[in-house]
Design a protein around this ligand. Structure first.
Ligand SMILES: Cc1ncc(COP(=O)(O)O)c(C=O)c1O
Length: 388
């Protein structure tokens, strides 16, 4: 049992009561709660359509499907991400093209993206989508990706799993591309246990996603339940999926959404305090930062150790002291499935490879206390001193 976990959800009586109300209501699947959650979420981030789904993975799959990703096409994805970002491309029979990250950042590099998009298209594989990941909650600058997307007729699907709420002068992360996808997995900035939200301003795209998330049926169960025409009639218009969010989850999401600003304040304070107490440690640097006029959701607090440090040993020392730390991420191109399929090596993605060996994600959650952070800094300092 860890004394200080890596993440801890903030669930209170209001969430518990909201679920109990749904359980007592007799309607447990997607219904009034999910609809209300979608409306409230859309209004919070300022987007025309918000579609609740049962995971971000489902949302990414639906978004790529709706934008025409299909066998014979390519999708550009960073290798420094969770496998969900890339696996959905394979669900659709398309090919993943891994691109490198920016220097000293965790975010997809537009220049490398442009190079790889040109190469894929020259090799006869048109680029159907680019998936920038707002890793840790830091927002990718979207304009350069828009140019590449325009040139190739590709969609931009933002993987905003970490980025609720990350604000930029152009709008919230997740509203900047063709579609954006949020995760409400248990350790995310707001949670429904499992869940996600797809956001888009495109009516046709939203229509396709809405249909495909419930088996390709033209009306969902709630719509049929309320209908004067009787609940039994529907038409199947495509072989869809089963990706809807139940009301039990949506009820938790609605309460969490109301608390999102206060969670963000707590995360921002914790990030600022980490910055202050970790500044004296020479063997690390903060790798994820808010830049320019953007705000950071602080889903993760990621430090990078200097090259002479044995990073894995530092994480072991933290674990021995009862402190949960993690790594975001082991790059996908080092995973057996992905390396077997594409044969990409560290040499092809040098910045990803170098960064992946040096990063540590420290505990970060709204209820993290300053005395817990002091303890983390103490253990980190001694681990870094003896860590090379
Ligand atoms: C970057 C990224 N994308 C996508 C996902 C998938 O999210 P979910 O678990 O909601 O499917 C995750 C989950 O942790 C993630 O970290």
């Amino acid at each position: 049992m860890q004394d200080i976990p890596f993440a801890r959800p903030s669930i209170g009586d209001e969430e518990i009561e909201a679920v109990a109300t749904v359980l007592r209501s007799g309607w447990l699947t997607t219904g009034a709660e999910a609809l209300a959650f979608e409306k409230e979420f859309a209004s919070f981030i300022g987007v025309r359509h918000a579609l609740a789904v049962n995971s971000a993975t489902a949302g990414l799959h639906l978004s790529l499907e709706a934008t025409g990703v299909s066998p014979g096409t390519a999708v550009i994805v960073p290798s420094l991400t969770f496998t969900a970002t890339a696996e959905v491309v394979r669900y659709l029979g398309a090919e993943v093209v891994f691109a490198d990250i920016l220097p000293d950042r965790l975010l997809l590099d537009p220049e490398d993206t442009a190079r790889r998009a040109a190469a894929a298209s020259k090799a006869g594989r048109p680029v159907a989508a680019i998936v920038p990941v707002h890793l840790a909650g830091e927002v990718c600058a979207i304009e350069p990706f828009r140019e590449i997307a325009r040139e190739h007729g590709a969609a931009i699907i933002e993987d905003a799993a970490h980025a609720f709420p990350s604000r930029t002068s152009a709008g919230y992360a997740g509203t900047l591309g063709t579609a954006g996808v949020f995760s409400f997995y248990a350790n995310k900035t707001i949670t429904t246990g499992e869940g996600g939200m797809v956001c888009t301003g495109d009516d046709a795209l939203a229509g396709r996603i809405r249909t495909m998330r419930t088996h390709g049926i033209d009306r969902d169960a709630w719509d049929r339940y309320r209908s004067d025409l009787g609940g039994w009639y529907y038409q199947v218009v495509a072989p869809g999926f089963k990706y809807n969010m139940p009301d039990t989850a949506a009820a938790i999401g609605r309460v969490q959404l109301k608390r999102a600003e206060s969670f963000l304040r707590r995360r921002r304070d914790a990030a600022e305090y980490y910055r202050v107490i970790l500044t004296p440690l020479e063997e690390r640097e903060l790798i994820t930062l808010p830049r320019g006029s953007t705000e950071h959701a602080w889903h993760l607090y990621v430090v990078r150790t200097s090259p002479s440090i044995d990073r894995d040993r530092v994480i072991r020392r933290l674990a021995q002291a009862g402190i949960g730390a993690s790594v975001h991420y082991i790059p996908l191109h080092r995973m057996p499935y992905w390396s077997g399929r594409y044969g990409v090596t560290d040499k092809d993605l040098p910045r990803t490879a170098e960064t992946a060996d040096r990063v540590i994600s420290l505990p970060m959650f709204p209820a993290l206390t300053r005395s817990e952070q002091d303890r983390i800094a103490e253990v980190l300092e001694s681990a870094l001193r003896e860590g090379s």
